[in-house]
Design a protein around this ligand. Structure first.
Ligand code: FEO
Length: 170
């Protein structure tokens, strides 16, 4: 059984993951409206992955006999000036998520909650990848600048991203 404090913290994290999903869906829709098809696809996949993150935590709570409490999802922005701004915001947001995961880990360590610690390890590893992906794309779009050919190439690359269900859900 996990403590009430840990249950509340995981419920907050589920809300944060669903907010992340909503943010990336909004980016996808903005990209779609501007005919950046690849960019729209990349963020659509990100939207699906964030829902997986929430689902993993929901499954963990259910397995522990703890009730998932869903909170309202806060408003998200719906307009970005360009793809670079989207990825800069993605990187900034993912760094915040990493800090939230680290805080959960600290809580689990202090409570001697080894089961939660074990579940959180996947998220610790995932955040390394989340930040790396966003950082790489910030670099790519920064280098591309306003070069139309490079921007088209980048968009084609993003169009190839495919959704794969997160390992803990397989
Ligand atoms: Fe759920 Fe993008 O971290």
């Amino acid at each position: 059984m996990i403590t009430k404090i840990m249950q509340n913290a995981i419920n907050e994290q589920i809300n944060a993951e669903l907010w992340s999903a909503y943010l990336y869906l909004s980016m996808s829709m903005d990209a779609e409206s501007k005919a950046f098809k690849g960019l729209a696809n990349w963020f659509f996949v990100q939207w699906l992955e964030e829902q997986d993150h929430a689902r993993i935590l929901q499954n963990y709570m259910n397995a522990c006999g703890a009730k998932v409490i869903l909170h309202p999802i806060d408003k998200v922005e719906n307009e970005w000036d360009n793809p670079l701004d989207m990825f800069k915001e993605t990187l900034r947001h993912e760094k915040e998520v990493t800090e939230m995961i680290n805080e959960l880990v600290r809580l689990a360590i202090n409570a001697g909650d080894f089961a939660t610690l074990s579940r959180l390890q996947w998220f610790v590893d995932e955040q390394i990848e989340e930040e790396e992906n966003a950082r790489d794309l910030v670099d790519d779009y920064s280098r591309a600048g306003k070069d139309f050919g490079t921007l088209i190439e980048l968009d084609s690359r993003l169009a190839k991203r495919e959704y794969a269900k997160a390992a803990p859900l397989k």
